[in-house]
Design a protein around this ligand. Structure first.
Ligand SMILES: NC(=O)C1=CN([C@@H]2O[C@H](COP(=O)(O)OP(=O)(O)OC[C@H]3O[C@@H](n4cnc5c(N)ncnc54)[C@H](O)[C@@H]3O)[C@@H](O)[C@H]2O)[C@@H](O)CC1
Ligand SMILES: Nc1ncnc2c1ncn2[C@@H]1O[C@H](COP(=O)(O)OP(=O)(O)O)[C@@H](O)[C@H]1O
Ligand SMILES: [K+]
Length: 512
């Protein structure tokens, strides 16, 4: 599990150590981590550091100090080092060490063109303009640096020091221009802004360096890693039969949109469960059975159907019976995925076992209906805030889909999963995610162990697991070309088998 903390929380944890005079030691650890991360990245990309042209973008603060010290170490391994000083001042000790190791410096305010050239002709750019002390986006010539890097024909490898400059460490917002990195080497703890919103896109791959900060109070955001995912996936026990494994009710599809029900059913079956009971129009049931003969299809009502969890909404359109089933599923007290058209029926007072699965557009509609002044662009700029707001207002768990998918519990626990590929942005993809999540809810052992209440955030963790499995499956499927959601089930089964084989063999779980 990766835990992320707000920049504010990390700074508060650092404060007593800085007050006790440990600032220099912390900076040396951070700089060493950045140096080592850069060495690994360069060795894997070009085999050697020798002769590599490294350009540091150094701001006035400690972030620039970290980057200058790291580059000074790289000079000791044969790299050629230059620095663009983006402010009138730079960390004195780090600048002196950088120059002592032969580094040359240019001032951004004196010669912008030469500074821009230093960026575009470098092999590696170390971004130390702003760290956790940054407020607002990059401004003036520093903004131009970021724009030039983004547009460069031969883009150098960009490694962010602690976080990409211009990204808000607490929220992931990018209020203005910002650096986009291939790798972010972050210090002490992963910052929330690296796993949410535009900051998650800007961060690239994340490596966290332990600089001995000790414990930071409760994480703001968590991310399931392969081992966590493997532990949440259902495995049948020897004593199980189909009813104890878990039965999922799917009230999806309509005569107008029958395909969504087929997709949700296929994804649920591939995730593994005891049975799918489908409720919906007869022609849709027949279509499902032509593809999935094992699904038990009917036209009945939710209260008359015995299941452990529900999926409602995908492809339901304006079908009045499906609307009623969605309302009944939400009122049943059972875990329920409320997706697509059914999100429009969500009201305050739901429980965490109800998982609403909007994309940014659907969340805009939901929040507006609940009286919030919001737009799609504001949600995309700060998805963490709005996913949490929707969870707090409805009492439900909210899975906000996007390139980083967030799962927020009404009690505040939040997960971020970013395994998905843009190839998953295709019609029907969300229906498969709903099916996967439905299967995880139906097979969830909390459901079957009567008398025990799940821990807070449990359904957010399951929603995150579904997003992770969906994202990994999509990424695997995309290796063979554009993703067709109807073919996702084969990839889902492969990802599950790979995760479980590795877990059973006790070997490191590969990142699928
Ligand atoms: N020496 C230390 O004690 C440690 C330093 N660390 C590093 O230090 C960083 C935090 O250092 P600082 O607190 O010095 O802050 P920063 O290095 O993030 O920079 C703050 C400076 O930038 C200016 N500034 C803020 N927003 C700006 C904007 N939008 N445009 C232009 N200038 C802006 C501020 O006025 C201030 O001078 C961390 O991100 C990390 O890299 C950590 O590694 C751990 C320990
Ligand atoms: N740019 C992107 N990068 C990665 N994943 C994405 C991107 N855009 C969308 N996705 C994922 O694709 C899926 C799309 O779901 P959704 O919008 O509900 O599709 P539909 O309603 O057409 O079935 C979600 O899981 C989402 O996280
Ligand atoms: K930075």
């Amino acid at each position: 599990m990766i835990s992320a903390y707000s920049g504010t929380a990390v700074r508060a944890t650092e404060k007593p150590l800085l007050d006790a005079g440990q600032g220099h030691a912390l900076m040396q650890k951070a700089a060493y981590g950045l140096y080592a991360g850069t060495v690994r990245e360069l060795q894997s990309r070009r085999g050697s550091l020798y002769g590599a042209r490294v350009t540091v973008l150094a701001g006035a603060g400690n972030n620039g100090g970290d980057a200058l010290y790291a580059a000074a170490r790289l000079a000791g391994r044969g790299a050629g080092i230059s620095a663009v000083l983006t402010s009138d001042s730079a960390h004195p000790g780090a600048l002196a060490e950088f120059r002592r190791r032969g580094g040359r410096t240019l001032s951004l305010s004196n010669d912008i063109d030469a500074c821009l050239r230093l960026c575009t002709t470098a092999d590696v750019v170390l971004d130390g303009i702003l760290g956790t002390g940054g407020k607002g986006g990059l401004r003036g010539p520093a903004a131009l640096l970021a724009q030039t890097l983004a547009a460069a024909e031969h883009r150098p490898l960009v490694i962010a020091c602690d976080l990409p400059s211009g990204v808000d460490a607490d929220t992931g917002e990018t209020p203005g221009d910002h650096v986009t990195a291939d790798l972010t080497v972050t210090f002490g703890a992963v910052k929330t802004g690296l796993m949410a919103g535009p900051g998650a896109l800007a961060a690239g791959r994340i490596e966290c360096v332990d600089i001995g900060l000790g414990n930071i109070p409760a994480p703001a955001l968590r991310r399931l890693e392969p081992t966590d995912l493997a532990a949440l996936l259902p495995v049948p026990r020897s004593t199980d039969h189909k009813y104890t494994r878990g039965v999922l009710g799917i009230a999806a599809g309509s005569v107008t949109y029958p395909g969504a029900a087929v997709l949700a059913t296929g994804a649920a079956l591939s995730t593994g469960l005891g049975m799918v009971r489908y409720l919906g129009p007869e022609p849709v049931g027949r279509l499902i059975n032509s593809v999935h003969p094992e699904a038990v299809c009917g036209t009945g009502s939710v209260p008359d159907t015995q299941v452990q969890a529900w999926v409602a909404g995908p492809g339901a359109g304006t079908d009045e019976h499906q609307r009623q089933r969605a309302l009944d599923a939400m009122a049943s007290g059972l875990p329920a995925v409320v997706d697509a058209d059914a999100i429009a029926y969500a009201q305050p007072g739901l429980g965490p076992q109800v998982v609403l699965t909007p994309h940014a557009g659907e969340l805009t509609a939901l929040l507006s209906r609940l009286g919030e002044d919001v737009s799609r662009s504001r949600i995309e700029a700060d998805p963490l805030r709005f996913a949490r707001r929707a969870a707090a207002l409805t009492g439900a768990t909210v899975l906000l889909k996007g390139w980083a998918t967030l799962a927020a519990a009404p009690t505040g626990e939040t997960f971020s999963q970013a395994e998905a590929t843009p190839w998953l942005a295709t019609a029907g993809s969300g229906d498969t995610l709903a099916g996967i999540l439905g299967a995880l809810l139906a097979t969830d052992r909390w459901n079957h162990d009567a008398g025990q209440a799940p821990v807070p955030g449990h359904y957010a963790a399951l929603a995150a697991a579904a997003a992770s499995l969906h994202g990994r499956s999509g990424t695997l499927a995309a290796q063979a070309g554009p993703v067709e959601p109807s073919r996702l089930p084969a990839a889902i089964r492969t990802v599950i088998r790979t995760l479980q084989d590795a877990r059973n063999a006790g070997v490191a779980i590969p990142v699928v």
